[in-house]
Design a protein around this ligand. Structure first.
Ligand code: FES
Length: 132
């Protein structure tokens, strides 16, 4: 398994690299929810040795993409929304249904995972973090 820098899409801009956590912690499950704001979350997928970051609420009607099935279709890794089964490419966020899910660049550096985003990101829900 290789952990070199990898970029999984997203727009370049004023975002900066946000620390998510150590690689061994984030490779234990195929998807982790990462909290951005009280009402915005990101899915951090770990599939086939690579990380991908995508907005957690489905662009169709807000379904929880972290709970979706991951499948490779014609060589493209996709998540299938558990609510209405729309598919989204983990690389581009594009769906066969004409929608596009926001995706964000991911990199692995010195054993840690970072996502390029425009606000701090946390594995802990923000309301819980505020109580600590
Ligand atoms: S909410 Fe995701 S496909 Fe409808």
């Amino acid at each position: 398994m290789s952990f070199g820098d990898q970029v999984a899409g997203g727009d370049p801009g004023p975002e900066s690299w946000r620390f998510i956590g150590p690689v061994p912690e984030l490779t234990k499950t195929p998807c982790r929810v990462v909290h951005a704001t009280l009402d915005r979350r990101i899915c951090l997928f770990y599939i086939n040795g690579c990380f991908f970051a995508m907005d957690a609420r489905c662009a169709h009607s807000g379904g929880p993409l972290c709970e979706g099935d991951i499948e490779e279709v014609n060589g493209v890794l996709k998540v299938f929304c558990p609510w209405h089964d729309y598919d989204f490419s983990l690389h581009t966020g594009e769906s066969q249904m004409g929608l596009k899910q926001p995706v964000f660049p991911v990199k692995v550096e010195d054993g840690s995972v970072y996502v390029k985003f425009n606000s701090p990101l946390s594995l802990t829900p923000l309301s819980a973090a505020a109580k600590e």
